[in-house]
Design a protein around this ligand. Sequence first.
Ligand SMILES: Cc1ncc(COP(=O)(O)O)c(C=O)c1O
Length: 436
Amino acid sequence: MSAVDAVRAASDVRFVRTEGVAAGSGGEGPTGPGVPVPAFAGRVAAVGGSPVRDILAVTSRPEVVNFAGGLPAPELFDTEGIAAAYRDVLAESAGRALQYATTEGEPVLRAALAARYTARGLPTDADGMLVTTGSQQALSLLATALLEPGDVVLVEDPCYLAALQVFRFAGARVVAVPGDEHGVDPQALAELVARTRPKLFYTVPTFQNPTGRTLPAERRAAVASVAARLGLWIVEDDPYGELRFEGERVPWIAAHPGAEDRTALLGSFSKVMAPGMRLGWLRAPAGLRRACAVAKQAADLHTPTVNQLAAARYLADRDLDAHVVRVAAAYRERRDVMLDGLATALPEGSTWHRPEGGMFLWARLPSSYDTTALLPRVVGHDVAYVPGAPFYAGEPDRSTLRLCFVTQAPGEIREGLRRLGAGLSAARRGACTREV
Ligand SMILES: Cc1ncc(COP(=O)(O)O)c(C=O)c1O
């Protein structure tokens, strides 16, 4: 039973199907009274639905404490500041804000993004930036620009779920690179590059989704060196790096010698401004950036002009960094509340780590626990997590799970952990475990 099916089985909430195709439909087209229409493309059947979307659908019941979703805390959005930015843009330049625009993005936003990288020690020109509709689109554009069916893509183990989906949609063979609690092992990466001749290595080196771990500087340098020596694109996805609660910032892989001409660095306003604005970006060498711009033209012509101009206005008039400091302080408190409660909520023998930032905690229960099998019973206690298994491109560790610690206020986190503890114990008594 897949994670999605487990969640479905756990709830009688009806699923909203916007795409007209359900996961596992086998690639058959919809049927009706007339002659059947031709089948969906094979890739739809091959990849199936998004477990994340379906889990979010189940856990949107208001009574569920949703540790699964990965949603930024809405009460911390700077609603007033963002509203003022939209108001000013529409008052002063509605004709431009509501008009079609260039595919690469609004020059004023590209310049502001480039200046932020330059100020953080990564010299960048406005021309070096492509604005995307969320960083998720940047992943799709890179897949279109770089991947042929059958190409090998190397990923972390475990890996961001929706990136796995993008690469699989492109027909890639996705191979997991072994690592440890600090992230990917550069030696294992080098061996796999030599053996599988991949097109690219995809990594979330800072406060990774799902594990929350951060790749140390020396491993980043080693990854850059492997890419330079063996010929490899690096896709460095960094939506969480600014959400640091403690410790020192670690320079991007893109900043290390050897990586300059072969790294696509992805960023996003989703976790620091608001995900509903759907604003992301890609910093990449000219040839790759141009290829992505052509792919973007085919995808959506450009990212909404009004959102780009409002974000640029916000950056000009407000202090985004000060806002991020406030958000990080609140998230830090929520992380600590969750860390404090885990020893009681999770069964004896469980382990977890302490992320220095970001949004996620990754826990491993004793090996007899199967978190996918347990999920329906736990959701029955009105709390949700994401089982670890779908995040693995290779052999999954079925005793793992991801908890998002930022969406709820501290009191709700405590209540959610109480339910999680109760749900896991009840499920355990119901023997949703594996023989080992
Ligand atoms: C690692 C990673 N990359 C990309 C994204 C997509 O973010 P967005 O498209 O909102 O910028 C997410 C969202 O959760 C993520 O965790």
